[in-house]
Ligand binder design. Sequence first.
Ligand code: NG1
Ligand code: ZN
Length: 549
Amino acid sequence: EEQKSLLLNSSSCFSPPQGVKLSYGTAGFRADASLLPSTVYRVGILAALRSLKTGSVIGVMITASHNKVSDNGVKIADPNGGMLSQHWEPFADALANAPSPQHLLLLINEFVAKEGILMDGVSQAEVLLGRDTRPSGSALLEAARQGVTSIVGAVVKDMGILTTPQLHWMVRARNKGIKASEQDYFEQLSSSLRCLEDLIPTEKSKFDELIDKVVVDGSNGVGGVKLKGLGRLLNALVIEVRNSSEDGGVLNDGVGADYVQKEKLVPHGFGSEDAGMRCASLDGDADRLVYFIVQPESSGRIDLVDGDKILSLFALFIREQLSFLNENEGLKNCYPCRLGVVQTAYANGASTNYLKQLGLEVNFTPTGVKYLHEKAAEFDIGIYFEANGHGTVLFSESLIEWLEARTKEISSGSKASEAEKAALRLLAVSKLINQAVGDALSGLLLVEVILQHMGWSIHRWNELYHDLPSRQLKVKVADRNAVITANAETVVVSPPGLQEAINAETGKYPQGRCFVRPSGTEDVVRVYAEASTQEAAGTLANSVTKLVD
Ligand code: NG1
Ligand code: ZN
C-alpha cells in the first residue's frame, strides 16, 4: 500500500510526452531533452527494480554522448558495469511508454511478479547516478532520483558529473567490493600506467626524440575536465587539453571524436600550427577515442587514426607480450591464452586484412557495443573496437588469476625475466583499460604508453596499414525496419532481390565492399561502401543508395 501510493504520487508529477514513442536502443533512450523527464524518472524506477532483482548496485547515466547539446539520454549500467541485460529492454520500453500512472503501476506489478522481485520493504536497492555536462542534466538527474526513491528501500548516490565509462567503472568496482570514487579511478589508471612505463625496454625509450606530448580535443564536454584531473597525477606523460567544457565552446559542435571521424576535418581549436603533432579527440561523454594528424597547410584535412588502428596497436602489443610469456617456458608455466579481436562491418577492410595477416582470429558482430563486448568476453583476451573509436580490451578472470600468481613469484630486487615482465605488463593493462565499457581516458593512456614502448611516432603507427577509401551515406526511407540483415549485418535478407542488386553493383569495383543496414539510433538506413579509390567508393555508395530508396 505504501509502495502503491508512493508510486502514484510521484509518477503524477512526470507525464509522458504526447505522441512520442521512445525505445531503449543500442545506447538507451535518446531524444530532445525536453521530452525526457518522464522517461528518466521511469528509468530510475527500472534501475531500483534491477538493483532489487540482482542484489547489486546499479548505475544510471544521463548523457546523449556525441549528439547535439539540446539532446539528452539515459541508460542503465548492470552489476558488472556493462549494458542493461537485453531481456529487460522490452520492459524499459513498456515503462517509458505507459500512458498514465495507473498503467505504470500495473506494468510494474506484473513485471515484479514475473521476475520474482522481492518488494518486502526490507530488501535494499542502491543506484549510482551520473551525468555529463549538458545543461539539462541536473533536472534530469533529479527526475532519476525521484524514480529510484519511489521504490521502497531504494537509495540514490549522486556521483555528479562524470564520463560514461567512469560511472560504469564505479558500478563494477562497487559490486566487486573495491573502493569506487573518482579518486580511486584516477589512482588505478595512473598507477597501472606507471607500472607499464617502468617496464619500457630501455633500448626503445627513445621517445624524447619524438614529440613528447599529446594534444587532446575534449569535444567541449566532460572528458577534457577529467583528463586534466588525471593528467596531474601522471609524471612522464604530458597531455595538453583543448575544448574542455570550461572553455565555453558548444558541446560536440565542430569538435569531438564523432565529428573528426565522420568529417575527417580538423576540430575547432586546432589548426595548421598543429601539423604533424600527435592529436586525439574524445566524444561528448568520453567513451570514444580517435587520433588524428593535422595535414600541413590550411586545408583543414586530417589523417584519421581511428578505432580500427587503435585496435591494431593494442593487438600487436598484446600479441608481443603473449609471445614473451610463453617463450622458453616449460609446459607448466605456459598459459594457453586465447586472443580474439572483434569488429563490426564498419571496420575498414584494410584493418581486417592486417589483423588476419598477424594470424589473429577476427570476429564480426552487429553494430552496438553490447554485441562486441559479449563476443570479446568469450576470449582470455578479447579486444573490440568500433571504427568510431569505442572499444576496450577484456581479460578473463582465469587469466588474471594466472597472471597474478605468475607475478607474485617475482622476487623483488632480482631482475625479472622477459616472461615475467610480459606477465607484469599484461596485468597492468588489465587494470588500466576499463573492463566495463570502452573508455577514452584509459584508452588514451594505453595508446600513449604502447607508442613509447614501441618507440613509435603517430606517423609510424598510422603506417601499419593504409585505409581503403570509404564512403558512408544515410537514406531516409518510409520504414527503415523493412531492411532486414544477417551475417553481422553484411547481407540483406529482406526485401528480396536487394542483396543481389547490391552484389551486382559492388562487383563492378576493384576491392569493392558495400552493405546497408537500418540505424539503431536514427530513423535512417545507412549505406557503407569501400573501394580502391575515393571516387569509386563514392559512386558505389551513391548507386546503392538509389537501390535502397
Ligand atoms: P547506428 O545508428 O545503429 O548506426 C551508431 C553508431 C554505432 C554506435 C551507436 C551508439 C556508426 C555507423 N554507428 O549506431 O557504432 O556507436 O551509434 O552510439 O557509427
Ligand atoms: Zn559516447
